[in-house]
Design a protein. Structure first.
Lengths: 114, 113
């Protein structure tokens, strides 16, 4: 069974602190996506990770991919309230021409408090 | 670039009625996807098109669901004989080439009463 597991599912953190969200997946894949979703809104693309060892950073967020361990991480540095949202990782289980069939995790609901 | 556009944004329908959602992808994006998301869950893949060809369908897409992209531009998703279990947000997404960033629309919320 294909599984994408995120942990934690809920994360309450103080402003200024660092934390990491983990995304484990059970199938071979060569690409992984991170999205942000605000309540009642659609998904905003954060990162697309295309190869083993890929690391991308944008502002206070940094994502990495280890395809051998089937693990991706989303690291939050010096959190601010504006980062409060639900974060999803998604694994692309398609290859070649069938890419785009994404299996999403359940999401990590992040709440950043003063 | 106006983003992926979906219509209607909200739809309330009685059980047994048919509903249709429309999606306009980002201009020149040849890939178009449909996903479904229920409260507290991640989106689930339904189907995708490469231009006008429907290349993959999830087993979640029962016979009551049909999607089209007749001219390789906009797409429609029709649900026939709606059931309460169909209540969800239906998300459309598009990308320019396989493997590139997939951009999601704002979604169409369906409530079946």
């Amino acid at each position: 069974e294909l599984k994408v597991e995120q942990n934690p599912l809920f994360l309450s953190m103080q402003e200024g602190k660092n934390y990491t969200i983990y995304c484990n997946y059970s199938t071979t894949s060569d690409r992984l996506y991170w999205y942000r979703q605000d309540p009642g809104k659609s998904l905003e693309s954060l990162f697309v990770l295309l190869s083993n060892g890929a690391v991308k950073q944008e502002g206070r967020l940094m994502a990495s991919l280890d395809t051998k361990a089937r693990l991706s991480t989303l690291h939050i540095t010096a959190a601010v309230h504006d980062l409060s949202a639900t974060y999803f990782c998604a694994v692309d289980i398609g290859y070649g021409g069938s890419q785009g069939n994404l299996i999403f995790g359940k999401g990590t609901k992040l709440s950043v408090k003063p | 670039d106006t983003g992926v556009s979906q219509d209607p944004r909200h739809k309330i329908t009685k059980r047994g009625q048919n509903v249709t959602f429309r999606c306009d992808p980002i201009s020149e994006h040849n890939r178009l996807y449909w996903y479904r998301q229920t409260l507290g869950q991640g989106p689930e893949f339904l189907t995708y098109f490469q231009n006008e060809a429907q290349l993959e369908k999830s087993r979640l897409l029962s016979d009551r669901f049909s999607a089209e992209r007749p001219k390789g531009s906009f797409s429609t998703l029709e649900i026939q004989r709606t059931e309460q279990g169909d209540s969800a947000m239906y998300l459309c997404a598009s990308s320019q080439t396989p493997g590139n960033t997939i951009y999601f629309g704002e979604g169409s919320w369906l409530t079946v009463v």
